[in-house]
Design a protein around this ligand. Structure first.
Ligand SMILES: [Zn+2]
Length: 268
């Protein structure tokens, strides 16, 4: 599932694939993927999605890409596309049975937005509205900005995944960052202060950097959930295996409806 590193990879791949090129044709295969606002609801797909997309991407050359948390803003002159990947979205140069949108470049290359579960989307907009939507409702960026103070009785992992508190972490990277920091995922957020908070801030950044470096080696993004994909992470989906740090056993429990993996031997 795409989190900050995967979204970051997507933005950099789109920039690289379109450098020096123009988009010359747009095909919308499923109108539900083009939305009027940053809603994740496929039922809010725009009637005029294809012409709205054309108005943005054919009018100017692809410009700079900005990211905040798991959202991207792709600039085309004074217009822009807000991109979000949802749970299963990806931009690819490979053919996909789940293609929702294809963009054709002036060198014949084809870029596809594939999204089997339709929770990602594309919002054609003006640059100003897009810049507002890029940040709207989100906390500081998990990679660029310092980890904000964490408050309240909710579990620290649940709070780390709350995009309004800190933008960019999902289930995998939150679990891994807590393991790196040696902090138990069910500890209350408000108890993560002082040196422990500093450690968590460093661990979040190290985890995201680690994941970005792994992805850097790949032209096309891979999600851990993809069939046959490697799992390079020490605790995620490794219940019953040995903790690489202390030799304890990795356990799984369900927290706010999501699986959490951790080691009670070295996460306190
Ligand atoms: Zn351990």
């Amino acid at each position: 599932m795409p989190e900050l590193p995967e979204v970051d990879h997507c933005g950099r791949a789109l920039s690289r694939w379109t450098a020096g090129r123009r988009i010359v044709a747009v095909e919308l295969h499923d109108g539900r993927s083009v939305r009027a606002s940053r809603t994740a609801r496929p039922s809010d797909g725009r009637e005029d999605g294809e012409s709205a997309l054309r108005e943005v991407v054919l009018a100017a050359a692809p410009g700079p890409m900005e990211r905040h948390g798991k959202r991207l803003l792709w600039r085309f002159g004074d217009r822009a596309l807000l991109l979000h990947l949802g749970m299963t979205g990806r931009w690819t140069r490979l053919p996909s049975p789940h293609a929702k949108v294809t963009l054709r470049l002036d060198d014949g290359a084809v870029l596809t937005f594939a999204d089997p579960r339709l929770l990602g989307g594309i919002v054609p907009t003006t640059l100003a509205d897009g810049a507002a939507m890029l940040h709207d409702g989100l906390g500081p960026d998990a990679l660029r900005d310092p980890l904000p103070p964490l408050h309240g009785k909710r579990a620290v992992k649940v709070v780390l995944m709350d995009q309004a508190v800190v933008a960019g972490l999902g289930n995998l990277h939150a679990a891994e960052a807590l393991w790196r920091a040696g902090i138990a995922p069910d500890r209350t957020a408000e108890s993560v202060t002082g040196e422990r908070h500093t450690r968590l801030g460093i661990a979040v950044r190290e985890q995201l950097d680690f994941a970005r470096r792994l992805l850097d080696a790949e032209e096309e993004v891979t999600y851990v959930e993809d069939a046959g994909a490697p799992n390079p992470f020490p605790v995620y989906q490794r219940q019953g295996e040995a903790c690489p740090r202390c030799g304890g056993t990795i356990e799984r429990f369900v927290q706010a409806g999501r699986g959490t993996w951790w080691c009670r031997g070295c996460q306190k």
